[in-house]
Structures are given as C-alpha cells and as structure tokens.
Design a protein around this ligand. Sequence first.
Ligand SMILES: Cc1cc2nc3c(=O)[nH]c(=O)nc-3n(C[C@H](O)[C@H](O)[C@H](O)COP(=O)(O)OP(=O)(O)OC[C@H]3O[C@@H](n4cnc5c(N)ncnc54)[C@H](O)[C@@H]3O)c2cc1C
Length: 378
Amino acid sequence: MNAKPVIEISGAGPAGLAAALAVTAAGQQALVYEKRADVGSRFHGDFQGLENWTTKGDVLEELASMGINAGFEHVPVREFVCFDPDGIAQTFHSGQPLFYLVRRGGQPGSLDHALKQQALAEGVEIRFNTPASNLPNGGVVTEGPRRADAIAAGYLFDTDMADGIYAAISDELAPKGYAYLLINQGHGTLASCLFNDFHNEREYVERCVAFFDKHVGLRMDNPHRFGGSGNFSLPKTARKGNILYAGEAAGFQDPLFGFGIRWALLSGAAAGRALAAGDPRQYEQVWKRRLRSYHQTAATNRWFYDRLGNRGYRLTLQHFPKNGDVRNWVRHAYTPRLWKRAWYHLVAARRYTPLLNPHEDCDCTWCRCNRHMKAPAT
Ligand SMILES: Cc1cc2nc3c(=O)[nH]c(=O)nc-3n(C[C@H](O)[C@H](O)[C@H](O)COP(=O)(O)OP(=O)(O)OC[C@H]3O[C@@H](n4cnc5c(N)ncnc54)[C@H](O)[C@@H]3O)c2cc1C
C-alpha cells in the first residue's frame, strides 16, 4: 500500500491549521511544526475581532465552506461605542454582526484551541516545541509576523463591568491607530493599537486606562499587561517554488486596522488546497483574486487615515450618517474600487513601503528585524 504524501506546514496559528485542515479534507496527510509548546502561545487569552465586513455574506459561512468549524466561542457584535478625540461618544449599530468577538490563546473555547482540536480530530499531526528552519520538500510557511508595523499593548483583566465594546480614536491615545476596550462575561481587554511612536507605548496605555476610566468607569481586577505586533505587506508573490507563504508570514493582514485572522484562515486554506492538488501555482491565482484588491484598498484607506489627525477623526465620526448601518459603511470603505487601486499604485504603495519598515534605525522592543542592534540588558 502506498503511504499518503505528507504536506509539511510550519506554524500552528490560524493560517497553519487552516492549511492543515484543507490538506486533510483533500485526503492527504498534514504535518504541522510548531515552535512553541502549544497553539496560541503568542496570545494571552485576549479578545480579538473576527471581521465580518469585507464580504456581504457572513464570515462563519465562508469558514464553513472551507471546512472550518465555528467550534470556538464567538460573540456577534452589532453595537459599539466610539469616542472621538474630545471624548464625545457615538453609538454605532449594524443589522448583521460587524465582527465576532473571539478569544486567542491556548485555553479551551479560544479560536486557537478549537482549530487545534478540529485538526487533531481530522488526523493532522502537530509537533510542538519543534521549530521548522526550512521545508526541503516544500510546504506552507505560516510563522506569523516578521516585523512590527503596528503594535497593540494593554491589559487583560477580570471585571464586574457590563458587557460592552468601546473604541476611541485619538492620536493622544494611539497614534495613527485606535484604542479599544472589550468587555465580555466578566473578562476585559484594553489596548492601545499604535501605528507610530512605539517607544512610548506605556504612556499611551496608561492614557487609555485613564480615558476609559473617565468615560465608562473602567474597573480592572487582577490586571496583566500584554502586547503583540503585526506585520502588513503586499508581496508580489507568496510562493518560492513549492513553498507557499500564508497568513502574516506573507504580510496578509488588513493594513488599515490590523485585522488579520480572516485573511490568515483564507490564505492558509488556499495554500493547503493548492499543495494537496499538486499545483502550487494555483495558490498565487487564488490569493491574488481573493485578497489582493482588498489589501490594496485597505492600504489606500491607511494612506488617508495616516493624514487625518485628531481634526480629521472628529470630522469623520461627525459625518457618519445618523441611524446608518455601520457594517454597510465599513464594507463600502473596504470594497475594492478602481480609483483606490489606482491610488495604491500611484501613491500609497510608495508611501506604503516606509510603513512596512518605519523603524529602520530603531532599537525598541518591537523591531524584531533590528534585534541585533539592541543594547544588552543592564
Ligand atoms: C495584540 C494583537 C491583537 C490583534 N487583534 C486582532 C483582531 O482583533 N482581529 C484580527 O483579525 N486580527 C488581530 N490581530 C492579528 C491576528 O492575531 C493575526 O493576524 C493572526 O493571528 C495571524 O495568524 P497566522 O497564523 O498568520 O500567524 P500566528 O497567529 O502568529 O501564528 C504563527 C505560528 O507560527 C509559530 N512559529 C513561528 N515561527 C515558527 C517556526 N520557525 N517553526 C514552527 N512554528 C513557528 C508561532 O509560534 C505561531 O504559533 C491581532 C494581533 C495582535 C498581536
């Protein structure tokens, strides 16, 4: 009897596990190398949003069509409060969920744990504590971010606050980014998501704490600091021979607000399918068709967002149509348009390159690309 060919994958994040599930769904064997002791170890039980705005249809249906079960806790979010730089609140609503609140980390109920359980149940082999340095026979590389284009830093905590989703847009809280406070069932995540000035992250986090305390009566029990980085880039190709890059390892992440889970799952599954079909070139066509124009559009949006400043944030929020559906509005902003793609090619792509590595001579904690430049700890 011929043994089934084994397709190797490095990284057991959402992209790697989606790739493995696609391989087993095609009747082949998947072997995943994970350098850490468990899935989700980059995360700490924090809440994240699985975006549901880039398509008209629901993201969970799209995942189901790819063979990914929604066996993780997911709370549909149809309402949130957003504060402008002056602390003026506006409540936004949507008919369909704008996003699903999910948890990240290795604990039961998290996205990462559910993907692992499904993969194991379907016969995927995962080798933990096993970094993959190369994949000589080809495979899928899904090792997460390579450098920090944006960071999120803040606190995880227990709380007796009522459930709620809050955001605040102000360069004093999160330069070129946004601050968020997510409360669900007695747990909270508060963070400053910065696209600039990483050196002063602690100060921004403490400002966010003071801001949400003032505006929503923040109550944090047992707070723990957490943080992480994200990488955005739009590669010309995500393939080197029969090695396919997916998820953040390829730079696939929304450059406007840093939502990467959905793109990681989509690209991982597409890479797994292509290798299982013995046609790695197919992957290039699929990710370019499904992700490239969204990426270009979001990069153009980021170009404009970078230029808004507090005055622009204030005006944008004020001009949101009263009683409008925020999901339709955000989907409209993310929908690929010819002029946005043209703007990307003419202007944003050029400006985008510095965004990809804005810290060339930096020695902050987050610039992993320049790790060698750091002074030894004293
Ligand atoms: C603080 C924070 C908040 C975020 N919030 C959101 C959000 O609200 N919504 C959203 O959509 N996205 C969010 N993101 C982004 C999202 O988490 C990522 O885009 C997503 O996890 C990318 O998935 P991935 O599989 O590509 O990479 P990862 O999730 O990083 O997984 C990569 C895996 O590869 C492993 N690995 C690395 N190197 C090797 C190696 N050499 N060999 C073997 N294994 C290796 C790592 O240990 C890791 O398990 C956030 C990110 C951060 C840091």
